[in-house]
Each structure stands twice: as C-alpha cells, then as structure tokens.
Design a protein around this ligand. Structure first.
Ligand code: BGC
Length: 402
C-alpha cells in the first residue's frame, strides 16, 4: 500500500470529497454587485477587475463534469444575490432558473451540491442603501433566502449561509487600508457588521430549517499560535495577546455558530503572535504564491479550535488549498492537510467533508495571479485544463469509497 492508499483508507465511508468556488470569482460580468462597482471605481482599489472571470456562468456544466469525472462527489458553489435580485424587490426568474440548472447539473453528474448564499458580494443597491448595518438588512437577506429556497428542492441538503463572516466584517477596512487578506495583522473587524451578519445568518438558518435544509456558516480559522519569545514580567504575555486578538477576528464567529447544523472551517496558513502582536511570516519560511506561509496543518488546527469551543459540532472543511504554480507542491500541501484531518477524525472529530479551494484558477479578489485551482483556465479562450492535483484528489476520494 502506498502512503496515499493508507491515507484514503483512514477516511470513513460517506465522507464527502469535493471542491469549492464562489460566483463572483468564476462567473464573470457580475455587474450588479458591490464588488463590480468597487473594481471600476476611480481610482480603483484593486489591481484588475474580474471582467469575464473564467466564464463559469456559461461553462458550469463542463466544470461540474470535470469535477465528477475526476472522482469527486460534492461541489460547493455560491448563488449570486446581485444577479437574483438586481434591484430591490426585483427578482429574476431567469437567474433563479440558471442556478436551478446548476443544481440539476450536479445531480446528473452524481455530485452533491453545497450551496453558499453569500460569498462576500452583495447587490450594489444593498451596499448603497447602507449594506449590512442598514435597518432592514436581515429582512432583505431573508427575503432573498426565501427565493433561493424555492429552487433548492430535494436536491440540496447542505446550505452555507454566509462565507467567512469574519473576513466579510473586515473587508471594508481592507480597502480603507489597502491591506492584504490574511496578511500578518488583520484589521479589526467592524463589529456592527459582524452582528448584522450573525443576525442575518441566524434568521436564514431558521428559514432554511423550515424547508428541511441543514445550515451553517463558514469561518476563516487563522491558526494563530503564541510565541513567548518577547514575554516580559508584568506585561501581557503572547498567550494573552493572542486571546484578545483572536476573539473578534475568529473566535466570536465560531461561538456564534453554536446551535447551527454544522460549521465550515476554512484554513490556509498560520500566524505567529508574540507579546507585541501578530508577526509577519518568519524569514526563510516557504511562501505560497500569495505570500502566506506554507502550512498544510492549518485545517487540523482549525478543527482543534472548533472542537475546543463547540465540542459536538459537525464540521466540513469548506475551503483549504494553496496558491502555487507548482502543482506537485499543491499535492504535497493537500496530502499534508488530509493527513492532519485524518488524525483529527481518528481522535474523534466529526469531520464530514473536504472541499478543496478551488476547483478553478479564479479571480482572487483583486487579481488573477494567485492560482488556487485544480483546473487551469485560459482566460482568452476559457479552455479548461485539469492539473494533476485534480486527478490526485479524485483518486483519494475513489480509494476511500473502495
Ligand atoms: C475566501 C475565498 C478566497 C480564498 C483564498 C477565502 O478567504 O473564501 O473567496 O479566494 O480564501 O484567498
């Protein structure tokens, strides 16, 4: 038996193997969204606009087939509020039908869909009328959720309400401060936005449960770790600094998942915290293409954190992966991550699925340079080319079922 055979054998039957995407990052021409407006503002705060992205709006069928042919059995994708409700109260039946076709494409391919309702983008009208802190935010989100529920039918079981509410609560500040997502030193989240997202999430969860769906949100866990090298008598220790720093950026959002049907863990890298705060990646550490420390154990650390806070909560790894041009290094990363997850499952963690970020090279919130995909896309012709890592992950999934 090879290492990978043994790795696959450590996963339970019924474990869901798949990949994830987000509408704005792959569909293209999401012109009624707040992100599109941001990309085209003068001066723009992003390097390049999303444009056609990778045209998955028209090519979702091919994308789902590539995933299924590789041996993967679940696809996490998001439906786009800005398309479904391009003006307040004006719902597009054609766009709802489009997402219904995506669900049907999954069913035809033998792939279980996990549907995300909000993955960072909102309609531009919603942003302009005050965004998440406007008085009617929860009501408006729930009205949209009810419409989406109408197309889920019996073919969808798992719904992720809001993607990374902790990062979403920081996003306005990333742009104010032109900081990078998850670089050392995350901005302080806007807690008014965080609370509104939580209220919108909880309201959506109860509506979705009425429809028989299982609902949760996905949190970007940060694998903060304390380094006591600067601890001094009488001053807050690295551990204390870490706890104060991590609570509003990560743990508040895990705590808020209490009572949900599941939580999504989204993990990529780690951050060292000393008594003086978060530190940049240490010199000499391997960096991924977007400047994060290469740290495949991030998913395992995320599971540990969730279990410590919410011991019985079912967990899906709703995102995990690496931006790299070296696909062999992607396989190494995924192998390391899947080993860490298997260790946790054997230790009693209720981890039910793994979604690699991402199915496709995509628009990474500002530019196309960080390539997270299992599939490369030619941005002129939109031709898809599966990378060896897609086949590798699919084989793990298939061996696990044998
Ligand atoms: C987000 C994705 C993003 C990925 C890699 C997560 O924060 O949910 O949309 O592309 O990380 O940056």
């Amino acid at each position: 038996m090879t290492y990978d055979d043994e790795l696959a054998a450590r996963y339970p039957a019924g474990f869901l193997w798949g990949a994830a995407t987000a509408a704005h990052q792959i569909e293209g021409n999401n012109i009624n969204s707040d992100w599109w407006a941001r990309e085209h503002a003068v001066p723009a705060s992003v390097k390049e606009p999303s444009g056609d992205a990778v045209d998955s709006y028209h090519r979702f069928d091919e994308d789902i087939r590539l995933l299924a042919d590789a041996g993967l059995r679940t696809y996490r994708f998001s439906v786009e509020w800005a398309r479904i409700e391009p003006a307040p109260g004006c719902f597009s039946n054609a766009e709802l039908a489009h997402y219904r076709r995506m669900i049907e494409a999954c069913v035809t391919a033998g792939v279980e869909p996990m549907v995300t309702l909000m993955h960072f983008t909102t309609p531009q009208w919603f942003a302009q009328s005050g965004g998440w802190t406007q008085e009617r935010a929860v009501e408006l989100f729930v009205r949209y959720v009810r419409r989406v529920m109408g197309i889920l039918g019996d073919d969808v079981r798992l719904v992720c309400t809001i993607n990374e509410p902790n990062i979403a609560s920081m996003m306005a500040r990333f742009h104010d401060e032109s900081a990078d997502l998850q670089a050392a030193g995350l901005p302080e989240p806007d807690m008014a936005i965080a609370e509104a997202l939580r209220d919108a999430h909880k309201a959506a969860v109860s509506v979705l449960r009425e429809g028989g769906y299982q609902a949760g949100w996905s949190v970007a866990t940060q694998a903060f770790y304390a380094d006591a090298c600067e601890d001094r008598d009488g001053a807050p220790t690295a551990d204390e600094v870490l706890r104060a720093y991590a609570w509003p950026r990560e743990r508040w959002f895990i705590d808020a998942a209490r009572g949900d049907d599941f939580i999504g863990v989204q993990a990529y890298t780690r951050t060292r915290i000393t008594a003086s705060g978060p530190q940049p990646v240490p010199d000499g550490a391997e960096l991924t293409k977007n400047g994060w420390e290469y740290y495949p154990q991030a998913s395992g650390d995320g599971i540990d954190l969730v279990r410590a806070m919410l011991p019985d909560m079912p967990i899906y790894i709703t995102e995990n992966g690496i931006a790299t041009d070296d696909d062999a290094r992607r396989v190494d990363y995924l192998r390391g991550s899947l080993t860490a997850i298997a260790d946790r499952i054997e230790g009693g963690a209720d981890v039910r699925g793994f979604y690699c970020w991402s199915l496709l090279d995509n628009y990474e919130w500002g530019d196309f340079a960080p390539t997270f995909g299992l599939i490369a896309v030619d941005r002129e012709t939109f031709e898809r080319t599966a990378k060896p890592s897609l086949g590798w992950l699919g084989q793990i999934a298939q061996r696990c079922r044998e």
